[in-house]
Design a protein around this ligand. Structure first.
Ligand SMILES: [Zn+2]
Length: 53
């Protein structure tokens, strides 16, 4: 499965647990991510930002 990248290199740390979409953009039931997921995503974001530079 390929994730579509729009403006962010990694999903929002606070995005949906399953698809990473923001609560505001989510069409149906939105599930909050676990603390672990938030941490992992924040790390991924940081790494992605490093790679882009
Ligand atoms: Zn979702």
């Amino acid at each position: 499965m390929t994730a579509r990248i729009r403006h962010q290199a990694a999903p929002n740390p606070d995005g949906c647990r399953w698809c990473g979409v923001d609560l505001y953009e989510h069409m149906q039931r939105w599930t909050p991510p676990t603390q672990d997921q938030i941490k992992t995503r924040m790390k991924a974001r940081r790494n992605a930002r490093k790679d882009t530079r």
